[in-house]
Design a protein around this ligand. Structure first.
Ligand code: SAM
Length: 283
């Protein structure tokens, strides 16, 4: 049986029959806007694609992905959703659910084991907002063999992640994400598209994973420590912010900036990714 998972009444009945109550601590805001999931699925998959979904909830995005993709594996933390997902995904043999914390799952192994018969693998999710950045950074840093990551996040997080570099809107996460992927804002989603409605609007963004490095760097870990240190006190000039964070001394930083012809008064938001990489190499 197919359920109308974007229909508020249908969703409420499914949840009520299963005795399910929302857990705010798990970021449980379920989409009930019929236009959003088909559009996300279309952006993330085609008939040759294997998709990993994070946090399927009751399966509203999962079924749209399953309609388009070759195979969908969803990872859900909340075991209480098991009986509901068993019903809503009953007619979709190409979709299955692993009940686990996505941050603890070996996604490289999952891709190797499950998606051998797919031409490409992508990730698509309406992310739980309490762990948006850790999930995105862990997906990017683990260098998964995926083509793209299409996710719904809080609007402010989307703007930060896709900010133009350099600009005032840039944060450490912008540069870290840009190192691995090219981010693009796809469309906005108002707060009343969810049950229950969150206090913020959302947006769908897509990262296309880079095939080759945007900036060559000898020590990636140092680059990211430098970037985090630079944005830790974003009102301070770079030399003061980085040295205050303890990553490297003021003297070393001053001489590296001088060698690279970068003004000593520069702030983190004024540097490009390539300049951060050159600075990390000098250090
Ligand atoms: N995809 C559904 C939708 O669009 O309506 C639900 C999205 S809801 C914003 C986030 C989902 O992520 C919830 O189902 C929640 O239980 C799940 N979740 C929260 N933390 C998780 C984690 N660490 N690993 C996997 N799933 C998680």
């Amino acid at each position: 049986m197919k359920y109308d998972l974007s229909n508020k009444r249908c969703v409420e009945k499914l949840l009520h029959d299963a005795g399910f109550t929302f857990k705010k601590s798990l970021g449980q805001n379920f989409l009930t806007d019929p236009s959003v999931c088909p559009e996300m699925a279309f952006a993330a998959a085609d008939a040759d694609t294997g998709v990993i979904e994070i946090g399927p909830g009751i399966g509203v995005l999962t079924v749209e992905l399953a309609e388009i993709a070759k195979k969908v594996i969803a990872v859900e933390l909340d075991e209480r959703l098991r009986p509901i997902l068993a019903k809503t995904l009953e007619d979709y043999p190409n979709a299955s659910v692993i009940f686990s914390d996505v941050l603890k799952l070996d996604l490289n192994k999952l891709i190797e084991d499950e998606f051998k018969d797919c031409k490409r693998v992508t990730i698509c999710a309406n992310l739980p907002y309490y762990i948006t950045s850790p999930i995105i950074m862990s997906l990017l840093e683990s260098k998964l063999p995926v083509e793209s990551i299409t996710v719904m996040v809080q609007k402010e997080a989307a703007e930060r992640l896709c900010a133009k570099i350099p600009s005032r809107d840039v944060g450490a996460v912008t540069l870290a994400a840009a190192f691995y992927a090219e981010g693009e804002m796809l469309f906005g989603v108002p707060r009343d598209s969810f049950t229950p409605a969150p206090n913020v609007d959302s947006a769908v963004i897509q990262f296309k994973i880079r095939r080759s490095a945007v900036a060559e760097v000898r020590d990636e870990k140092l680059l990211f420590r430098l970037i985090r240190g630079a944005f830790e006190h974003r009102r301070k000039i770079l030399v003061n912010s980085v040295s205050a964070s303890g990553v490297v001394s003021k003297e070393k930083l001053t001489s590296a900036l001088t060698e690279l012809d970068i003004p000593l008064t520069v702030r983190a938001e004024q540097l490009s990714l390539e300049q951060f990489a050159a600075l990390a190499d000098k250090l």
